[in-house]
Ligand binder design. Sequence first.
Ligand SMILES: Nc1nc2c(c(=O)[nH]1)N[C@H]1C(S)=C(S)[C@@H](COP(=O)(O)OP(=O)(O)OC[C@H]3O[C@@H](n4cnc5c(=O)[nH]c(N)nc54)[C@H](O)[C@@H]3O)O[C@H]1N2
Ligand SMILES: Nc1nc2c(c(=O)[nH]1)N[C@H]1C(S)=C(S)[C@@H](COP(=O)(O)OP(=O)(O)OC[C@H]3O[C@@H](n4cnc5c(=O)[nH]c(N)nc54)[C@H](O)[C@@H]3O)O[C@H]1N2
Ligand code: SF4
Ligand SMILES: [Mo]
Length: 757
Amino acid sequence: MTETRTAFRTCPLCEAGCGLEISVEIAKKGDRTEERVTRIRGDMNDVFSHGYICPKGSTLKQLHDDPDRLRRPLVKRNGVHVEVSWPEAWDEVAGRLGEIIERHGRESVAAYLGNPGAHNVGALLYNRTFLQGLGSRRRFSASTVDQMPKQVACGYVFGSGATIPVPDLDHTDYLLMLGANPYASNGSLCTAPDFPGRLEAIRARGGRVVVVDPRRSRTAEEADLWVPIRPGADAYFLMSIVQVLFAETLVRLPEHIADLVNGVDDVREAASAFAPEVTSAVTGLEPDLVRRVARELAAAPSAAVYGRIGTTTTEFGTTTSWLVEVVNALTGNLDRRGGAMFTTPAVGSPSTRGKPGVGAGFRIGRGGGKTVVRGYPEVMGEYPVAALAEEITEAGDERIRALVTVAGNPVLSTPHSQQLDAALDALDFMVSVDIYLNETTRHADVILPPPSQLQREHYDVALLSFAVRNVANYSDAVLALDDDQPDEWEILCKLALIAQGLGPDADPSLADEAQIDALVRSAIADPTSPIHGRDADEIRAQLDRHRGPTRQLDFMLQTGPYGAAFGANPNGASIDHLRANPHGVDYGPLQTRLPDALRTKSGRVELAPAELLADVARMHAHLDEFTRRDLVLVGRRHLRSNNSWMHNIDVLVKGKPRCTLHVHPDDAARLGVREGSVARITSRVGSVDAVVEITDGIRPGVVSLPHGWGHGQPGTRLRVAAERAGVNSNVLTDHQAIDPLSGTSVLNGIPVTVVPV
Ligand SMILES: Nc1nc2c(c(=O)[nH]1)N[C@H]1C(S)=C(S)[C@@H](COP(=O)(O)OP(=O)(O)OC[C@H]3O[C@@H](n4cnc5c(=O)[nH]c(N)nc54)[C@H](O)[C@@H]3O)O[C@H]1N2
Ligand SMILES: Nc1nc2c(c(=O)[nH]1)N[C@H]1C(S)=C(S)[C@@H](COP(=O)(O)OP(=O)(O)OC[C@H]3O[C@@H](n4cnc5c(=O)[nH]c(N)nc54)[C@H](O)[C@@H]3O)O[C@H]1N2
Ligand code: SF4
Ligand SMILES: [Mo]
């Protein structure tokens, strides 16, 4: 007998968070029921995505069914990974990790937290449980090959590293987009399902879209104007815009906060030496073009500037991110409809908690921690991942001896990959929480696989904080866990308890109980919380119908800005309320939030933070540097790919090979490389060979290779990916090249040479 049911679920593969409608076939075989997914399509009734999905969304089924996806723990014995039971795996972890912590202390153990953890409520809420249990400051993550510069810049300006404005896509009249290609990526730090459709709508209502990118990306192709900037030069471009705004008296601060902006004169002063004629040699752009964009921004009824990965992973990543917000403010577009606005997320965020309008402000280097080898300070609780390898191999007695990776593949994702690949071999012990045996996890002594994407509940705790509408959407797991399979949060809790010395048999709920208890108690004691002064037992009685991430989420929703507050606001947000609304709940368009959202010490917008003003000197010093670079490498993304890990899904990788080197025809002629031939690309730290694709959709002097490839390594188990291995572009990126303000790697604008092979 078979029946079918329909489940609704948010796609966890990228930041767009599209609603999926999933058909599940239920077959009864004797006293067993077997469930399998038969179809996945866009949920037409989803309040945010309205049926939109991309080709990756429907592959959750293939991902779940992938025979290479790990379902049992692996332990390395005599150099080979063998399947073991969960108790055996935990014994191994407890024995070896315990011994290292005992002999060498907690700082001898490091953690790398990878990107999929940001799309996974179990990892998102329990990575911190794990880190607390571990008690080591040596934390690394994908943030320092990604968005950290934006967090640092916004931290200084608005007071918290999570208070980042997003372009109000659905209302803006003018969008200036730098280093983002949402037609491929579907958007980032700007959660907007069907980002391409929203861009088309801007133009359809008479607005303009301008794209700044060294490549004529698909997004640039669809825009009104492509500004083909030289890689890494966005800070100079934006500084010139600021200079023009002041020089032509186009500066208009947003009215509601005009008296609350510090540092306008300092910004004017800093920009004064960067007229478009001065920066032209660096940006490669005509001064007239820069002036035109500045004037258009100032004249538009509303406008938003938005910078993403092509601007953050550069040598002036933080300064560029700062200038994005400076331009938004100076053109009057900060915190107003159609401009750059702050989300009011349902699970709350630093900008909705505590006293409104003022806070502790932002700083780096808290606790005085530094990396041993290069002395990089703490930023948002972590160190630059570009320093991970040397902290393993060059830090003497203070070296990292053990590493835990959670949902990360840093061997493909972080700079100077060959160095990290070798360093991982030098560890005494490594544990990976991961679903695949890949380029990174092949080094692990123990691999602990979490359940598949379809076997877990979902809520975009992080990404809905940066959404272009205020939306909440919870999904239950679509499929049940396999026998014996622990949930990802249970794996992380158990690791925490093992690190605390409680041994391999510790019950993960212990850590979960401690965490929820602490959350409830602190909210009750907090005069700004909606449950201030309530009875802990009464709150717990309501919460304890759930456990794990769902319980924490219920707590966060209930105490958030739309929260039910445990009965005080009956129609408010809670797990029950969201379960009753499987297509999501729409809390409407973004609202004006300043000054309340500020958490600066001054209670004002700090438009000219000292740390950023100081970096302007570095911009002056580097003016010549750019013009000396003959050929530089940038990356790119493809709609059917996802960083380093979805290449084992046949439907996504079939067709023309995608890991090719894009070269402009003029460069091809000069370098002597032909279409379809193999070229050798060499940087300061490494060399790879890739097939050449000639295209005029790239600026001369720039070549492009996507990241996340380079599969087929010995000891991995990714059969489909191995057949389309590609090469790893991070063999070329340089671990020494770091944006000093945020510790973020320079992944774009890498000096290279290219020769025919
Ligand atoms: N040159 C260059 N390098 C880049 C970039 C670039 O633009 N250019 N982009 C950077 C950016 S923005 C990012 S975010 C990083 C990403 O780099 P990483 O943080 O390494 O993330 P992924 O490449 O997505 O690797 C995901 C890993 O998580 C595993 N995984 C997938 N789902 C789950 C899950 O649910 N649970 C667990 N435990 N594991 C899971 C996969 O098997 C894989 O091992 O790469 C960065 N690297
Ligand atoms: N299909 C797919 N979607 C993804 C991902 C994926 O791997 N595949 N990864 C996800 C992740 S982790 C992230 S962080 C987001 C990233 O999302 P986006 O920021 O939109 O990333 P990209 O699509 O790589 O677009 C970056 C653009 O920056 C350009 N660029 C390079 N250097 C410079 C420069 O110096 N200046 C300027 N102005 N532009 C430059 C590149 O040519 C490229 O077109 O995408 C997410 N979505
Ligand atoms: S754009 Fe594609 S991968 Fe991203 S959430 Fe939507 S369906 Fe999933
Ligand atoms: Mo990312």
